[in-house]
Ligand binder design. Sequence first.
Ligand code: SAM
Length: 236
Amino acid sequence: MYPGDTLFRAALWRAAGGAVFAGPFRGLRLAPRPFLPHLIGCYERELHPVLERLCAQPWARIVNVGGGNGFYIAGLGRRVPGAALVVFELTAEARAVIAATVARNGLTARTTILGAATPENLEPALRAAGPTLVVMDVEGVELDLTDPARVPSLAATTMLIETHDVLRAGCRDAIVARYGATHRITEIATAPRTLDDFPAALAPRVRAWMPARALAAVQEWRGGPQVWLVLEPRGA
Ligand SMILES: C[S@@+](CC[C@H](N)C(=O)[O-])C[C@H]1O[C@@H](n2cnc3c(N)ncnc32)[C@H](O)[C@@H]1O
């Protein structure tokens, strides 16, 4: 990291007040040194319309598989005040950041933080009563975790899944084949980022002085084109 990056990052953190600046999770308080697309609020902007639609539904439980730094579990938790929150995350380091993010947003009492998800521990997490939303981003492990024979409750569950064909060839096709009969499936593809993804009202002078850094800040550094699947049970 160059000294200019530190200044740029500090300026954005100050301008945003340490909270997500835009998008469905606007106002979500983040742990220090956040991923900049999270702080700016442009992260996964392709999903913003579907997230708005999902946040308007009365979920009893939100299960986030692959919690990362807690952006999704805490963001969704703030938007759906009645929901119990369950987050699976593989690494202890990330689980500590999730705990900090959840605490900053007053969500600790509603949140259960668990380790690596497997079909065996995911299934019981979905069995409790009431409508459940699953948000999954696990770098290819979605192929194992969406096996309907091992996680039968998914047949009646709404899911938002980031697929990773770049890491596990055939993920997307396998999930569509598994759930095409039980769910309505909407596919959303990644789109390129431009400087317009950086909100004009966030640190406008910094953006004008450092356009290359501003552009870099809205990039999500993906390994290639990716697809999300929104799976909603037919008849729900
Ligand atoms: C790309 S990150 C998710 C980022 C998240 N979408 C966000 O916006 O913050 C993927 C995460 O999945 C976690 N992961 C991978 N395999 C997992 C598993 N079996 N169970 C739980 N977490 C897993 C990784 O440790 C990593 O933190």
